[in-house]
Design a protein around this ligand. Structure first.
Ligand code: NAP
Length: 262
């Protein structure tokens, strides 16, 4: 299927590692231009070199999006280089374990800000260009927004808000023909996930336990499987899809209860 991404410009926050890297790669494989906003100098530079050596169009902005001006800078740099923006993938985030009982009000606010603020900022500053291109926005949330996880209030609050903003922006941006959707991963092997697994005494056992709970094929979702859905949502092949919350999780979030009753 031709996705018509040729020479279209997409911003991917956290696009140098894990899920974001798979999204960046897939965009350029489909002929699009990936603007990777990610502070990871080594991962960003490696991915950049890989893709450039394959004659792919890619641009690395080595920024961690913390303050609003970082998002503005990323948008300004992109527009001065390419003159357009066709889509935004809000992906950067980290499950930072700021809980209720063992967290603190200050740490909670910081976690929400860190995981949510730049989702708003990037789209806010990119909006004039998305209006011109009738662009597409994809927010990467998490199954924890729906299921909870325990001991991670800040992260889940941000992930839940990302789902609300998906609906909210889908409504607000209807007049401009800009579509807004969310992709909800559950268990995907990435550097962030591996770091979390390594906090267990027996990471391999923990991984087996999790995989056995995943209804479809008893395995983790791959970053590429998340990227495939994101690319579809960015492309005009999903031209009448907006405001949708799409679970790419092997049935983990919803099917487990049905299976339990059998
Ligand atoms: P990852 O392996 O840590 O990759 C994320 C990348 O984003 C890293 O390069 C990271 O750099 C960068 N980053 C973090 N904060 C940033 C910021 N403020 N501005 C720019 N770049 C930033 O993470 P992942 O597992 O691929 O997760 C990607 C998204 O999927 C996150 O929103 C996460 O919540 C969501 N998700 C993942 C899973 C999963 O199973 N992996 C499940 C549900 C949801 P540093 O490493 O230098 O911080």
């Amino acid at each position: 299927m031709e996705l018509n991404l040729e020479n279209k410009v997409f911003l991917i926050s956290g696009g140098a590692k894990g899920i974001g890297a798979a999204i960046s790669r897939t965009i350029v494989q489909e002929g699009g231009i990936a603007v990777i906003i990610d502070p990871s100098k080594e991962a960003g530079a490696n991915l950049f070199q890989d893709l450039v050596s394959e004659n792919k169009k890619v641009y690395h902005i080595p920024l961690r999006l913390l303050e609003a001006e970082h998002s503005k800078e990323a948008v300004d740099l992109t527009v001065s280089r390419f003159g357009r923006i066709d889509g935004v993938v809000n992906n950067a985030g980290a499950n930072d374990g700021i809980g209720l009982e063992h967290g603190s009000p200050v740490a909670f606010r910081k976690s929400v800000e860190k995981n949510l603020g730049h989702y708003y900022d990037l789209v806010h500053f990119a909006l004039p260009f998305l209006k011109s291109s009738k662009g597409s926005i994809v927010n990467i949330s998490s199954k924890t927004a729906i299921t909870g996880q325990g001991n991670t209030s800040g992260y889940t609050a941000a992930k839940g808000a990302q789902l609300s903003l998906t609906r909210e922006w889908a409504v607000e941006l209807l007049p401009y023909g800009i579509r807004v959707n969310a992709v909800i991963p559950a268990e995907v092997m990435t550097p962030l996930y591996q770091k979390w697994l390594d906090t267990f005494d027996h990471p391999e056992e923990q991984l087996n336990l999790i995989e056995n709970r995943i209804p479809l094929e008893k395995r983790m979702t791959t970053p590429q499987e998340i990227a495939n859905m994101v690319i579809f949502l960015l492309s005009d092949r999903s031209s009448h899809t907006t405001g949708q919350l799409l679970y790419v999780d092997g049935g983990y979030t919803h099917l487990d209860r049905a299976i339990g009753r059998k």
